[in-house]
Design a protein. Sequence first.
Length: 278
Amino acid sequence: MDKNMEKWVAKAIEGDREALEYILIDIRDFVFNLSLRMLGSVADAEDASQDILVKIMTSLSTFRQESQFKTWVYRIATNYLIDYKKSMFAQHPLDFDFYANDVRAGFIDTKEELLMGVDKKVLAEELKMSCTNVMLQCLDAPTRCIFILGTMFGVDSKMAGEILGMTPANYRQKLSRARRKMAAFLSEHCGLSGGYCDCEKRIGYAAKQHRLNPQKLEFKALKQLDSDVLMRCKASMEEIDELSTVFDELPKYRSSLEVKQFLEQLLQSKQLKEVQHY
């Protein structure tokens, strides 16, 4: 574990509020981005990431420094997200066959009134961000987690095995299967990987189905992390196959959560006890 973080964790365990705040600020963006990829929508990711931060805060005294702090945080977050049942896609599951049929049916003329005065390229980029996150929901939750850790977060097989409770070899095998499944779908359907679909041509359909609101672009509203932060996040990136770069190149976002305010509200709310017993 990083010596500096080790110091902050020790202080936080002793009850130092400043140290606790430092830790939560350090991990909040990572937790939000993992939640966003696992759950598929900004609103669900915001809710879940707050719950996870509460879990981490209330479980901090159980951290024994037998693993890296980051691994411990990953384990809490992934366990919570794999079992999370309150998200839109947990309640309305998707699979690749359903999504393929939806993609095939999703081309209609894009009338100007559907654009609401917003540039098509802006809407196409928003649809790309939304579509790739929704596409991940076609994988079952454990497989989705394996794919996200290996492809989007660059977690090596040793660390991933520790996080998910499996051998590195088993993790690599499962990741390889998940990549093949995703690559097969992308190569046939996604225009970014040689398929027939085009984000710009789906704008009209998405707007008409109320999946895209030009007046409320969720992904465009999120603040992207600075490039130097992104480089640090990718420091341990493994080599990945060409088709997987569709996901690897997705931006990482800043969480909108203000930690100081979050802590103040948390100490006065019922959420603490609810999450502790989730």
